[in-house]
Every structure is written in structure tokens, then in C-alpha cells.
Design a protein around this ligand. Sequence first.
Ligand SMILES: *Cc1c(COP(=O)(O)O)cnc(C)c1O
Length: 381
Amino acid sequence: MNKRNDFLAYGRQSIDEVDMKAVYDTLRSDFLTQGPKVEEFENAIANYVGANYAVAFSNGTAALHGACFAAGISKGDEVITTPITFAATSNAVLYCGGTPVFADIDPVTYNIDPRKIDQVISSKTKAIIPVDFTGQPVDLDEILSIAKRHNLIVIEDGAHSLGAEYKGRRVGSQAHMTMFSFHPVKPITTGEGGIITTNSKEFHEKLKLFRSHGISKTPYSIEQGDWYYEMTDLGFNYRMNDIQAALGLSQLDKLDGFLERRRELATLYGELLCDVDGIRLPWQLEGTVSGWHLYMIQLNEKIVRKSRRDIFDEMRAMNIGVHVHYIPVYWHPVYQERGYQRGLCNFAERWYEHALTLPLFPQMTDEDVGYVVETLKQAID
Ligand SMILES: *Cc1c(COP(=O)(O)O)cnc(C)c1O
């Protein structure tokens, strides 16, 4: 194999002339901060996922923070989540003074295991934040039924799963709140950006308040004069702007095409890798359609006889942006300092040691996939 000249990232945005025109037009409009485009984008996302409301944020992490605030998470509350996620998921709980509690992952789907959720529920548990890891929806019916039994709020982290389907419906309308991220590697991008979708009027109101300093204008202004507003909660400036929203609207038009291409590429990986010894391919839960944000394999080092590190380095040396998603969150010093111990989630930790992310994004060619597969085979041999 000849080494390719350019670096093949594990994921990246697809931006075209139409996107650029949308941004350019907004730059010429009256609104550079939150304006009519943000509302249009919120309506478009709510409509796409089939939810009543959507509230856009400056990024997905801010959106998760907002969701934890709206859920009333505060000091003393426990929130159950998965260790195999980007740290922002559980950090949002810490921002509110709550305590993240990690439940192990399912050995087949790599998503949080509903049976393990049951085992860590306590009288302090207030919410569950399941993550649709790699774009594969979690078994939400199971999780919602646990939540109902214990009166818990479910905030679905759908950073990977915009457009993915669970039992025939798109992710985003079934959990109490769902977060999507628009970071450039995610299904669609606004540069930075995030959103919460919900069917609850109460959460909708709280999210809007939190996003903009906790400031509320009505109904006080009627009695006091039009300048008057009150800050009723300590909120943040977490607003998305119209430049981002214009890009998001233009991107949303192309989402289904992006997803179709991601599925084609995932199928091609599956066909080319299915008879390679020593690797395990991703498995799909019945009744779900993944958004294929990530294509992750497991390496069996006993069969492969080479470490994950060596295979990773050899592929990087061939200009392939292999990656590993994710280091178990509670291994990070910030969590270790808070008393979380290694060994907490046995399966997740073992899974992590063998995980490898292969490149996958809509503009990849079939030849790119072929190059990744051949390089991987060579590294394994
Ligand atoms: C990207 C991501 C986030 C955070 O989103 P940002 O928009 O980058 O702040 C949260 N959770 C998961 C699982 C993610 O992948």
C-alpha cells in the first residue's frame, strides 16, 4: 500500500456553496445575535424530530447544562449516566452541583445497560442521561419505564443521533428532553451549537430563561414600563446566533442525504471487514436505525497478536485518523479527585482497551473505505 498524501480524519463537516450563501445572507441582515433564524431553526428541528419545542444553545454542552437545570438537578441529587461518552455529558451534572453515577454498558450495543441502571438507583436519584453512543439509539422504552417507576427525568444525549430512529420514530420526541450537538464532526453543523427538544411546556420555559441570563421580560413590563425586566434565575449567556442558525437550516436540508451516505459507508465497512479474524464489528439493536456517527470496532488482541496501540500507530503513520471514543469518563483526574475509583464499570473499561474508531463521514469515498480496510488488514497481519 502506498501512503496517501492527505490525512483522512475520523469525521468532518460537509459544507457547500448553499451553506456559504445562507451564512453570507445572514451577515447582511439585521440580526447577528439571536434573531429570527434561531427561531426558524428551532421550529425546523422540532418538526424534524417530532417534538413540540426546541431551544437552541451556543453548543451541546451548554444545552446539556440547561437540561440539567430545567430538570432541577442540584446539590445532593444523583444522575445516572454511562462512562463511555464525551465528558460533557456528566460534567453538566457537576455544573449543577449534582453527583454523576456511572452505570456499566451493555456488552452488545455498548450503550448504557438498563439492568445496570436499576442496580444503582437510590433515594437520591433524580435523572438518567443515556447516550445514543455512535448514533445507535438506546433502548428508550426500557429506560423510560425504569424512570416512570422511580419518578425520574430522562435527558437523552443525542449528540450522535440526530436522524437516527427508535421503533420507527426519530430520536428527539420520546425522552423528557433530548440534546443534539452541531459540532463539526456531528450529523449536521452550525460551527458550534446545540439544542434541546422536548414536549414539555414547563421545560421549554425554563430552558429559554436559563439560556439568556435567567431574565424574563413579561409580565412585569406591562406595569413597570417597557424598559423593565427581572432576573428570576441565575442563568447564563448560552444563546445561539443567527449566523449559526442559518448554517444549521441549510445543513438540515441535507441531513437525510448525509445519513444515507453514512449508512452506505457503514455497510461497505461491514462487507469488507466481516471475514477478518480478530475484530468485532458494531452490532445494531433490533428496532433501531443508527445515525452512524462513529464506526467502532473491537480488537481481539489474542487473535490479532498486536496491541491496539501498535495498530493505531501504524494506521496513523499511513495518514488515517483512527481514534478511540471514549476514555471512561471517571478515569479523568477531575473525577478521580472526586473519589471515583477505577474498576467501577468493569465491562466499559475492558471494552475501552480494545476499541478503535475508523473514519466515517459523508464525503468519504468508497476508495477511502477500501484504503482504511487494507491498511487495517496489513496492520493486523
Ligand atoms: C459532542 C458531544 C457533546 C457535547 O457537544 P458540544 O456541542 O461539543 O458541546 C456531548 N455529548 C456527546 C456524547 C458528544 O459527542
